[in-house]
Design a protein around this ligand. Structure first.
Ligand code: FAD
Length: 475
C-alpha cells in the first residue's frame, strides 16, 4: 500500500447523477452544530435541508451517548443562551433529561453542592440528556421548525462552480444523487465538505490527535451501593488534568473513576498500556449507568477508514475488558450487564478549516472580544492536558470568521471543525460552542441569501441583531 493506504487509482467514467432535492440552505451533519444550524436557518424563512449519514440526529450526543451537554455549568457561569438553552428546555419538557443533582435532599449534601456551585437555591445547575429519548426530541424540534430531514445519507463530494459551492453528491440506498443548494453548512465534525470543496484545512499529526472513545452503558447496577462507593472514593476534577494545567475547582467532585481498571491491570487482567479511565455522567432509577466514557484509544485518524475499522473492533474488545473490571472491582456493578455500545466511535478531533480568522489559545483563555461575535462561550477548556472550568463568569466571544473557510464561497463550517489552533480546539469542540457556531452559521447563511451576497460578505450587524432577538448572548 502507498501513503494514506491508497493502493492504486482507477478512472471513474462520467455519468448522469439524479438531483434528489434543491434547497436554499443545506446542512450536512446532524450533530449539535448541524441541528443548531438547520433550526436557525429554517426559522429565517429559507428552505432548509439537514442531511445525516446515520438513522438519527444528535451526532456525538446520540451516537456515543454523551448527554453531558452542560456539565460545565456552575452557579456563576455565564451561558450562551439561544439554541443551547432551548435544547435543554425542550429535552426537560419531553422527559428526556436526567437531574442527578436535583434529587439530593440530604441537607449537608445540598450545602456542599451549593458551596461548590452545582446547586443554586436547592436546584441543580444542569441536567444530563437522556440520549436515547433525545433522538425523538430532535426529530420533533426539526419538524416543528420546518426543516426537511434526510437520514441514512452520506455527502461524499462537493459540487463546485469555480470557487462557489453549489451542492453536494450523496450516497445512500437510493444510489448516487445530488442535492443543489444556494448555501452549504458543513457540520460534519470532520470538515468533509470543506475538504472536498478544496478549502484549506489543517489536521494535527496522528499521534497528537485527541483520543477517540468507544462509549458504553450498563444496566443491572445496584445504584445505592455504587453511590456509596463513590461517596467514599470521590473523583476530583484535578484527577483528569493529566498532570497538566488544571484551573477552576480542581478539588471539586468529578465522576472520574479509575480504581477498578487500575486493579484489573495490577492483576494482569488488562494490559498495562491500555488507556482506561471512566467518566460515568449519570445514573437512572432503572439501575443504569447509561454512559461510561472509559475506553480511549490514541493514534487514530477518524478520516481514515482503516483506522476507524481498527478502532471500532479494538474498542469493543476493550469495552468487554472494562465491563469485567467494573463487575469485579466496583461495588454495585457485580451483576451489571452491557446495556449498549455507542453506534459509532466518538471522535474529538480531526480536520479543522483554515478560516478568515483562526481562534487562538490566548483568545479562549483571556476573554477575547470580537466585532463579528456570533455568541459567547463560557471559559471551558478541556483537552491536551488542560482542564479549565467556568466557575467564575469568564467567557470569550466567538467570531463569525472562524466559520468562514478561505477560498470557497457560500460554504460555512460549524462545530468542532471551525478554524483555530490546537489548544483553542479544547474549547471550540465543546457542545456549547458547537451550538453557537451552528446557530450563527445558520442565521448568516439565510441572511446572505436575502442580501444576495456571498456568506463572506454578509452584513454581520444584521446577523447579530437576529441572533440577539433569538436569545443568543452576543456580548
Ligand atoms: C467521548 C466524547 C465525550 C465528550 N464529552 C463531552 C461533554 O461531556 N461535553 C461537551 O460539551 N462535549 C463533549 N464532547 C465533545 C462534543 O461531543 C463534540 O465535539 C461535539 O458533539 C461536536 O459537534 P459537531 O456537531 O461538530 O459534530 P458531531 O457531534 O460529530 O456531529 C457530526 C454529525 O455529522 C454526521 N456526518 C459526518 N460526516 C457526514 C457526511 N459526510 N455526510 C452526512 N453526515 C455526516 C455525523 O454522523 C454526525 O451526526 C465529547 C466528545 C466525545 C467523542
Amino acid at each position: 500500500m502507498k501513503e494514506n493506504n491508497i493502493v492504486e487509482f482507477i478512472e471513474e467514467l462520467p455519468k448522469k447523477i439524479p438531483i434528489m432535492a434543491e434547497t436554499d440552505v443545506l446542512v450536512v451533519g446532524g450533530g449539535p452544530a448541524g441541528i443548531a444550524a438547520a433550526l436557525s436557518a429554517s426559522r429565517q424563512g429559507v428552505k432548509t435541508i439537514i442531511l445525516e449519514r446515520y438513522g438519527f440526529f444528535g451526532g456525538v450526543i446520540t451516537q456515543a451517548m454523551i448527554g453531558t451537554i452542560a456539565w460545565y455549568r456552575y452557579a456563576q457561569t455565564v451561558d450562551a443562551g439561544g439554541i443551547q438553552e432551548e435544547i435543554e428546555r425542550k429535552a426537560k419538557e419531553m422527559g428526556a433529561s436526567i437531574d442527578i443533582i436535583g434529587n439530593v435532599k440530604n441537607k449537608e449534601m445540598v450545602e456542599t453542592l451549593e458551596k461548590e456551585g452545582l446547586m443554586v437555591n436547592g436546584k441543580s445547575t444542569y441536567e444530563v440528556l437522556d440520549t436515547e429519548l433525545f433522538k425523538y426530541v430532535i426529530d420533533e424540534m426539526l419538524q416543528e421548525s420546518g426543516v426537511t430531514p434526510i437520514l441514512h445519507c452520506w455527502a461524499t463530494d462537493a459540487l463546485m462552480e469555480g470557487e462557489v459551492i453549489k451542492g453536494v453528491i450523496t450516497e445512500s440506498k437510493s444510489g448516487r444523487q445530488a442535492i443543489l443548494a444556494k448555501r452549504v453548512i458543513d457540520a460534519t465534525g470532520d470538515a468533509d465538505i470543506a475538504f472536498h470543496a478544496g478549502a484549506p484545512f489543517r489536521k494535527n499529526p496522528k499521534n497528537e490527535l485527541m483520543e477517540v472513545t468507544t462509549n458504553f452503558g450498563c444496566s443491572g447496577v445496584k445504584i445505592g451501593k455504587f453511590l456509596m462507593y463513590i461517596y467514599l472514593n470521590p473523583g476530583k476534577i484535578g484527577d483528569w488534568g493529566m498532570g497538566g494545567e488544571t484551573e477552576g475547582s480542581s478539588e471539586s467532585f468529578s465522576s472520574y473513576l479509575v480504581e477498578p481498571f487500575k486493579k484489573a491491570k495490577e492483576a494482569g487482567e488488562i494490559p498495562k498500556d491500555v488507556l482506561l479511565e471512566s467518566y460515568w455522567g449519570c445514573y437512572t432509577d432503572a439501575g443504569e449507568i447509561p454512559s461510561l466514557n472509559a475506553v480511549h484509544m490514541t493514534n487514530i485518524d477518524c478520516t481514515d477508514v482503516w483506522d476507524l475499522t481498527r478502532a471500532e473492533i479494538e474498542g469493543r474488545k476493550r469495552v468487554v475488558w472494562a465491563l469485567e473490571a467494573l463487575r469485579k472491582y466496583t461495588p454495585g456493578f457485580e451483576k451489571a450487564r452491557l446495556r449498549n455500545i455507542g453506534t459509532s466511535l466518538g471522535t474529538r478531533e480531526s480536520r479543522k478549516i483554515i478560516g478568515e480568522y483562526n481562534i487562538t489559545e490566548h483568545d479562549v483563555k483571556n476573554q477575547a472580544r470580537f466585532d463579528d461575535s456570533i455568541g459567547i462561550c463560557p471559559e471551558f477548556v478541556d483537552g491536551y492536558g488542560v482542564a479549565i472550568l467556568p466557575i467564575t463568569g469568564r467567557y470569550f466571544q466567538v467570531p463569525y470568521k472562524i466559520t468562514v473557510p478561505l477560498k470557497v464561497e457560500n460554504l460555512l463550517v460549524a462545530g468542532r471543525c471551525v478554524a483555530g489552533d490546537k489548544i483553542s480546539h479544547a474549547a471550540t469542540r465543546q457542545m456549547c460552542c458547537c451550538i453557537v457556531t451552528g446557530q450563527g452559521a445558520g442565521v448568516a447563511a439565510a441572511q446572505s441569501i436575502k442580501e444576495d451576497v456571498y456568506c463572506r460578505e454578509v452584513n454581520i450587524s444584521k446577523v447579530q441583531e437576529i441572533l440577539k432577538e433569538k436569545g443568543v448572548r452576543i456580548d
